[in-house]
Design a protein around this ligand. Structure first.
Ligand code: BGP
Length: 477
């Protein structure tokens, strides 16, 4: 189904770009900021690509005016950024650090002056280390109140100026990589603990949404979920069943809780049999139901293809964090599914499958199951870029973003309510595990893993292209 007359993008469509505090700011201990778990974790040798960390990152904390000027020049309609909890509460709670609030207030005011709608992410993974030390972060119910207090501080300070808010960025990723795969802090591999931490994060999310209704009654709030729609490798019924299992476990396990305050039954039963289901306390389900969002934020990079997996089958896989094609391997859940290469898709140098149609499929599934507006809160291509005579010809990035925007347009035609699209990312930045060489930005940053150089900002070809797309409201796609 391809439409001859393209549906125009809505007039108030939020054409945007996104970032996260730890990946751009630097200034890791400036103006009273406390250490986050990422400040500590990245200092342990071997945890990240070439032991990179965000101490300096791309120094956005000290170059914020220059970066916003570039956004204004591009004509961005929205900019999604995250607030570092440890700038606001250096110890996670207690005394508020006014200098931290002041920094984000300056950023917000500057964005508004330039007619750029700010979207705040309150949590993009940089948990205060103090709370990890004191009670194990997301593994303790104590975090529910601390997270809520932090959020209320932000709601009170910025609720009048900022309409769109994202609570947790990719709960499925920071919990999965933190407690099952063991590659993000706290580097644990324990499924029982993972499901418990995940449940507590969902409760914290719901409580923050409940407060949001009180403090920002005219605002809109939602999570940013890392969506990867699942396909079966073949039409063999066992593979189709595997795909259903994966879809329930990877996607609805989280989104059903956000929207309906309940866990999908098939996966719940599976976890009960394994003895890894989360422990529910009285009042939990009632609280979860208070967390219903206004929109579903979707971070989309790739689809997932799976096949059947026997009980003694594949579990742990390998991630490619070097950019050497073909160095990742499949993973799975024995008895439920295992991932496999999709022969119809090409991959990036980090083995991520490029699948614009998958975005349309995912959006339609969400639309059908949850009937919520969708904000694409991240989408983009991480690749090596080459600086040649002061220019970066990133036509591959333009192709990637254009093809995904075309699928959004198709989804609009299908009847999906899409309110905006944020690319990942505006400037190049630190990739959590992949260093600085995996670049995503419209704006090149002159630095690499070993040498911070001058951090000069250089507009890539994609900068001018996206500027044109925004100006034409997508007509030029
Ligand atoms: C998402 C995160 C972002 C960003 C992006 C790209 O999961 O929300 O913070 O890092 O993925 O991922 P990577 O840096 O691993 O290429």
């Amino acid at each position: 189904m391809h439409h001859e007359h393209k549906q125009p993008f809505p007039e108030n469509f939020l054409w945007g770009s996104a970032s996260a505090a730890y990946q751009i700011e630097g200034g890791w201990d400036q103006d009273g900021k406390g250490p986050s778990v990422w400040d500590v974790y990245t200092k342990q040798p071997g945890t990240t690509y070439m032991d990179t960390n965000g101490d300096i990152a791309v120094d956005h904390y000290n170059r914020m005016e220059e970066d916003v000027a570039l956004m204004a020049e591009m004509g961005l309609k929205t900019y999604r950024f995250s607030i570092a909890w440890t700038r606001i509460y250096p110890e996670g709670r207690g005394e508020v650090n006014e200098a931290g609030l002041a920094f984000y207030e300056r950023l917000i005011d500057l964005l508004l002056d330039n007619h750029i709608e700010p979207i705040i992410t309150v949590y993009h993974w940089d948990l205060p280390q103090a709370l990890m030390d004191e009670y194990g972060g997301w593994e303790s119910r104590k975090i529910i109140d601390d997270f809520n207090d932090y959020c209320v501080t932000l709601f009170q300070r910025f609720g009048e100026k900022v309409k769109y808010w994202v609570t947790l960025n990719e709960q499925n990723v920071f919990i999965g990589l933190g407690y099952k795969v063991g590659l993000h802090p706290p580097g644990v591999k324990d499924e029982k603990r993972m499901h418990q931490a995940n449940h507590i994060a969902s409760l914290a999310n719901a409580k923050a949404v409940e407060s949001f209704r009180k403090y920002v009654p005219n605002g809109k709030v939602g999570p940013s979920f890392a969506l990867s729609p699942v396909y079966p490798r073949t039409s063999h019924p066992e593979d189709v069943l595997a795909a259903e299992n994966a879809e329930e476990m990877m996607n609805h396990w989280y989104m059903d809780v956000y929207v309906h305050g309940k866990y999908p039954e098939v996966i719940w039963a599976h976890l009960e049999r394994k003895g890894t289901a989360p422990e529910l306390q009285e009042g939990d389900l009632e609280l979860l139901k208070q967390g219903a969002p206004d929109f579903m934020g979707i971070n989309y990079y790739q689809s997932t293809t799976v096949e059947r997996n026997p009980l003694d089958g594949v579990a742990e896989g390998k991630m490619n964090t070097t950019g050497k094609k073909g160095t990742s391997s499949d993973s799975g859940v024995p008895g439920l599914f295992k991932t496999c290469r999709n022969p119809d898709l090409t991959t990036t140098n980090w083995d991520w499958e490029i699948d614009p149609v998958g975005l349309r499929i995912g959006m339609r599934r969400i639309h059908n199951r949850y009937q919520l507006p969708i904000l694409i809160s991240e989408n983009g291509l991480g690749e090596f870029d080459k600086l040649e005579n002061g220019r970066i010809h990133d036509d591959y990035r333009i192709d990637y973003i254009a093809s995904h925007l075309q699928q959004i347009q198709e989804a609009l035609q299908d009847g999906v309510d899409v309110i905006g699209y944020c690319t990942w990312s505006f400037t190049d930045l630190l990739s959590w595990l992949n260093g600085y060489q995996k670049r995503y930005g419209f704006v090149y940053i002159d630095r690499d893993e070993k040498d911070v150089r001058n951090l000069r900002r250089i507009k890539k070809d994609s900068f001018y292209w996206y500027q044109d797309i925004i100006q034409s409201s997508g007509e030029k796609l």
